[in-house]
Design a protein around this ligand. Structure first.
Ligand code: FE
Ligand code: CA
Length: 515
């Protein structure tokens, strides 16, 4: 069976003469259309998705004339680009902002491949991707999240590209929806401490709401050379968090229902999901039915000793409850309602089945928000917690922990959202570090987003003994090196967020068995 996209590709190939090639497009043919780089994603044993987008004028809608455009895709078995194994005509789809999504099939497991796109007189860099392999004895994975364009440069991505992991796991806040800030330093007083943050570069315009806006914002982020390098070096698996649409949204509810009508929110969500698809190496476009929209992001991936469950904790969750206390809020009776869900019933069932059936040495839960509990007040008061994270969904976490505690091998949560690095142990009674240990969690610091609540967390550390390492002062990402017996995490941090070429070093290297 051909899927819709393969049909389009096939039709374009058969009727290639009907498509105007880039070389023949008088108004753009002298301009490089590959301003946004290339990417690969969703690595499987025999396939991978390859992505690019034609955008000679990236910050103003892309600048392409109307109509689909044929693009040449070359695939190689060597990094010198000499052993060519495919020469395909693929299609930049006008309705997708001239994005190209190609599923490359028939590949061998656990192998590197190289690829480049060609349009007219222009060609992309030679990208490297890699298929997964359940029999591999080792996996090297990277974790990234929270890359506010304005808050810092992406030196972390240059370092990640140099490492070239088997796969990059991105758990969200790939873009931020907010408007333009003001260049330079500003001070913020938080938890009795005065902090200085910097706006190093500006967003392109005010808060984004339309498809046009979301496309241009994704394009802005994709122009970053270090981000492009990290995409060109490894396949990625991606699932959005909140800022790809709007801060702290939940399912059908925006954070600020008084500022946007339900109709405006639903239109905005369609635009955001569509633009996200158009800029990511993912297989399926959003399903749009009238004003309802959804995008399948959760999925199962296998890298040798690690089975990765990529979760979507935003699209199907119950709305947040208990008010807006920040960073921690005292609980309310509503929080404990058994019907409150973080994953939605279908995803939860899928996850629990996958965990129970797994034969992997390590079982990874890639979640946007922290699964580890964190209280911001002293025991024995009822814990004041962040109700946007799993702490706000106690019954859902209880159901998950019951499954983990029932024989799942070495659960390791890898999470983002909170802009600070942490290494934690998960316990059957979440807030009791003396109760049985059922897993570990590594929270990646943000690539660039600031952490004004770092001081509040530091002051509460002694009341969270299960969090064994914490750093909210540095930006960076995590490297995971995994074999059948050992999980090792390196917290990579950048020396200077004001410097796009900053040095990046290891703040801590730790094995799960040493926590
Ligand atoms: Fe964030
Ligand atoms: Ca977030």
């Amino acid at each position: 069976m051909l899927n819709r996209r393969q049909m389009i590709t096939y039709a374009a190939g058969a009727a290639g003469a009907l498509l105007l090639p880039y070389r023949a497009m008088g108004d753009v043919r002298d301009r490089n259309p590959f301003t946004l780089g290339i990417a690969s994603g969703s690595p499987r044993e025999n396939s991978v998705i390859l992505w690019t987008r034609l955008a000679p004028d990236p910050l103003r809608g892309g600048g392409m004339p109307a109509g689909d455009v044929p693009v040449r895709l070359l695939v190689f078995a060597d990094d010198g680009g000499r052993k060519q194994i495919r020469d395909l005509q693929v299609t930049a789809v006008a309705a997708d902002a001239h994005a190209v999504h190609v599923r490359l099939d028939g590949l061998d497991p656990g192998r590197d491949y190289w690829y480049r796109f060609v349009a007219g007189d222009f060609e992309t860099v030679l990208g490297r991707t890699r298929t997964s392999d359940r029999r591999a004895d080792r996996a090297r994975l990277a974790l990234a999240s929270c890359q506010s364009w304005q808050s810092g440069f992406f030196a972390a991505y240059a370092d990640m590209a140099a490492w070239a992991p088997d796969c990059v796991i991105h758990v969200g806040d790939y873009i931020y929806e907010g408007g333009e800030g003001q260049l330079g330093p500003r001070t913020v007083t938080a938890a009795g401490e005065t902090l200085t943050f910097n706006t190093v570069r500006l967003h392109n315009g005010p808060e984004i709401v339309s498809l046009w806006d979301y496309r241009n914002r994704h394009a802005l982020y994709k122009t970053d050379p270090s981000l492009q390098a990290a995409h060109a070096a490894s396949p990625w698996i991606v699932a959005m968090d909140d800022h790809e649409i709007d801060n702290n949204w939940a399912s059908d509810t925006p954070q600020d229902p008084w500022a946007q009508t339900p109709l405006e929110w639903r239109v905005r969500r369609i635009a955001a999901l569509k633009a996200y698809y158009e800029h990511m190496p993912i297989a399926k476009p959003p399903l749009i039915d009238g004003l309802s929209s959804s995008l399948e992001m959760h999925g199962l991936y296998r890298f040798g000793p690690a089975q990765v469950h990529l979760l979507d904790t935003r699209q199907y969750r119950s709305d947040q409850v208990c008010g807006e206390g920040f960073p921690g809020q005292a609980p309310c009776p509503d929080a404990d309602r058994a019907d409150r869900t973080m994953l939605g019933a279908a995803q939860e069932r899928w996850l629990f089945d996958a965990l129970r059936q797994s034969d992997a040495a390590f079982n990874v839960l890639a979640s946007q928000t922290w699964i580890t509990p964190y209280r911001y007040n002293r025991a024995p008061e009822p814990a004041a917690v962040n109700f946007d994270a799993w702490d706000g969904y106690g019954p859902a976490r209880r159901r998950l922990f019951d499954v983990l505690a029932d024989g799942v091998a070495n659960p390791v949560a890898v999470t983002g959202d909170w802009h600070c690095a942490a290494a934690s142990t998960l316990h059957v009674d979440p807030f009791d570090a003396r109760s049985r240990r059922i897993g570990h969690e590594f929270s990646g610091t943000s690539i660039s987003s600031d952490c004004p609540w770092s001081g509040a967390m530091e002051r509460a550390r002694s009341d969270n003994p299960h969090v064994r390492y914490h750093n909210g002062r540095k930006r960076g990402y995590c490297r995971f090196d995994i074999d059948a017996r050992t999980w090792s995490t390196s917290f990579r941090t950048i020396a200077d967020p004001l410097n796009p070429a900053s040095a990046v070093t290891t703040d801590l290297e730790v094995r799960t068995r040493d926590l």
